[in-house]
Design a protein around this ligand. Structure first.
Ligand SMILES: CC(=O)N[C@H]1[C@@H](OP(=O)(O)OP(=O)(O)OC[C@H]2O[C@@H](n3ccc(=O)[nH]c3=O)[C@H](O)[C@@H]2O)O[C@H](CO)[C@@H](O)[C@@H]1O[C@H](C)C(=O)N[C@@H](C)C(=O)N[C@H](CCC(=O)O)C(=O)O
Ligand SMILES: Nc1ncnc2c1ncn2[C@@H]1O[C@H](COP(=O)(O)OP(=O)(O)OP(=O)(O)O)[C@@H](O)[C@H]1O
Ligand SMILES: N[C@H](CCC[C@H](N)C(=O)O)C(=O)O
Length: 515
């Protein structure tokens, strides 16, 4: 059914969100009082610059009243807001208690409730969301003949073929439902999407029930004035996925797994667990388990409820990626799909730009890895991998790192603490330092270094930091050098003063230096 002023008001009333409808000095609960209340809106947007004849506008976030100047001449039909703006526009305003919840519900309606025509998988966790989403997408694509869409923090894909760089890990609700509609129009049957804690904090997935919701893991991150005030709030937001899914996939080793199980059992949700077993951790019981098939960990066997899925050898390095692979197979299992071995093994070919990308110069005994680790848990996982893969050759490890500005402040200390006893040298450099001076963040991180054995320096320019590390490695061909550049992946920009400014890219720099 098309979205009109009357149907929008009715839906908002059903969800107890509507305060009143306001135009000029008329305040009412009856949309029928306004001419055209049964005329379908032609478009929806949260940006005044996109308003055209017949548009419904959502005024959210740091919205300013002056954005509405001249809007009537451009044909604004109605607006949804927590504040009324009758002095700025003659269009009726649906005044609500929470504009982001309203935007999610009304956008879904405007785009024809596309979520009901897709099988939707939502993945949350501190680490591994993107990788698990790509693995799951590969399997679902293989078993459906390419009918799987993907919303990830790297790319979005609505037609099974075309990948478009994304801005957010989880899109704004309006954008998410628009893209779901496009996916349906392209004949997609599945959607795999990442769900950040922010998505729940600011209601980007409000009203959306996932056929399978996935909780991978949790560790402190994203605690800052613009994200979450506390770890408890961060975890609470992520836990919302448990209440908004039909079946839960849970990392059996996740911190607070007991609490999450309690929550799922209270609501009688079925749970499928997964775990990575290795020499250090043999005992966590789980429905889907990945365990190394040989001492060098070149292959992992994945089993579910005693059924052998076979041996897997991933194209991306890192033992932790077998935990992500086990999660992907747990998702397929939770969906009740009978996937062929070829479909399951599709994830073996997945590579993700900027995740565990390796560059090597054998002539100078140098290995460089570009990765997206940028907090304690992922730093540890990355160094575990380096130790597992290269440890017997006693490499000299250089870590090129910075940390984001204005947010997730704990990361700065966590990265240093996770690395300092395990590497030879830190080079602190620019990351997405945003409005904070790069030098301040680098000095703060350098200040956390307490191990006298580790070298530590600051090279503000990120490209120069990489060039310096590569040159130092090349001057020591007698030893194995491993250079780790983290936190930027394959991004071709650095966020400075709230803007993306061009950057060559860690991977591109290593490719030119090491081949
Ligand atoms: C809290 C939140 O959800 N913030 C997002 C939100 O900001 P906002 O609503 O305040 O929007 P704004 O850009 O300040 O502007 C206010 C409104 O005025 C509108 N506007 C603006 C100018 C104009 O002329 N007319 C007009 O109507 C804008 O379109 C907007 O709707 O909407 C913007 C797009 O509309 C997003 O860019 C922004 O993300 C912020 C910057 C962001 O990056 N957030 C991070 C912390 C985030 O969400 N990260 C997570 C990842 C976490 C993880 O990996 O776990 C994510 O999901 O990506
Ligand atoms: N299961 C895991 N456990 C620990 N670390 C992981 C795991 N999976 C990936 N990582 C590390 O985290 C980095 C980011 O991985 P990925 O992009 O899949 O996670 P994400 O949850 O999407 O992260 P982000 O929130 O930063 O976008 C990887 O480059 C790797 O270093
Ligand atoms: N989705 C991720 C992106 C991190 C990118 C990193 N360079 C940073 O700025 O923290 C986050 O917000 O944690």
């Amino acid at each position: 059914m098309a979205l009109t002023l009357a149907s929008a008001a009715q839906l908002l009333q059903q969800h107890h969100l509507l305060h009143e409808i306001v135009r000029a000095d008329r305040w009412t609960l009856d949309a029928g009082e306004f001419e055209g209340s049964d005329t379908p809106f032609s478009s929806v947007t949260y940006d005044t610059r996109k308003v055209e004849d017949g548009t419904l506008l959502f005024c959210k976030g740091a919205f300013r009243p002056e954005y509405l100047d001249g809007i009537d001449a451009r044909g604004l039909s109605a607006y949804v807001s927590e504040t009324e703006f009758h002095e700025r526009t003659a269009a009726p305003g649906l005044i609500v208690s929470d504009v982001r919840k309203a935007m999610s519900l009304l956008s879904a309606e405007f785009y024809g409730r596309p979520q009901e025509k897709l099988t939707v998988v939502g993945i949350t966790g501190t680490k591994g969301k993107t990788t698990t989403a790509y693995f799951t997408h590969a399997v679902l694509s293989a078993l459906s003949g390419g009918k799987a869409a993907l919303f990830s923090s790297v790319d979005n894909c609505v037609d099974g073929r075309t990948y478009v760089e994304s801005d957010l890990t989880t899109p704004e609700s309006l954008d998410a439902f628009r893209m779901m509609g496009e996916a349906v129009n392209h004949g997609m049957r599945y959607l795999v999407m990442e769900v950040s804690s922010q998505a729940y904090k600011v209601n980007r997935v409000y009203g959306l029930t996932f056929d399978v919701g996935v909780f991978l893991n949790i560790s402190p991150d994203h605690i800052s004035p613009i994200e979450h005030p506390t770890f408890e709030d961060y975890l609470w937001c992520k836990r919302q996925i448990v209440d908004n899914c039909r079946t839960l996939v849970l990392g059996a080793d996740a911190d607070h797994a007991d609490l999450i199980r309690q929550q799922a059992q209270r609501d009688r949700r079925s749970i499928v667990t997964f775990a990575l077993h290795d020499e250090a951790k043999l005992t966590t019981p789980a429905d889907v388990v990945a365990s190394p098939a040989d001492p060098a960990h070149t292959q992992y066997r994945i089993e579910a409820d005693g059924v052998d899925f076979g041996l897997f050898s991933l194209a991306i390095d890192g033992d932790f990626n077998y935990a992500n692979a086990a999660a992907a197979l747990a998702i397929v299992h939770a969906l009740g799909l009978d996937a062929s071995p070829e479909a399951l093994h599709a994830m073996e070919h997945v590579k993700i730009a900027g995740r565990m990308e390796r560059f090597e110069d054998p002539s100078t005994n140098t290995v460089a890895i570009v990765d997206y680790a940028h907090n304690g848990i992922s730093m540890t996982a990355l160094l575990d991998y380096v130790n597992e893969r290269f440890g017997t050759r006693h490499p000299y490890i250089t870590l090129i790192t910075g940390s984001a500005g204005d947010k997730a402040y704990d990361r700065r200390k966590e990265i240093v603490e996770a690395a300092q006893h395990r590497i030879g040298r830190f080079i602190f450099t620019e990351e997405d330092t945003n409005t904070e001076p790069t030098e301040d963040i680098c000095k703060q991180m350098a200040g956390y270094v307490t191990d006298p054995q580790v070298e530590s320096g600051i090279i503000l320019d990120r490209a120069q930091a990489i060039e310096n590390a590569a040159a130092a490695a090349k001057s020591h061909p007698e030893r194995l050098d491993v250079i780790l550049a983290i936190g930027k992946g394959n991004e071709r920009w650095i966020k400075r003063l709230n803007r993306h400014t061009p950057y060559e890219g860690d991977d591109a720099i290593f490719a030119r230096l090491l081949g």
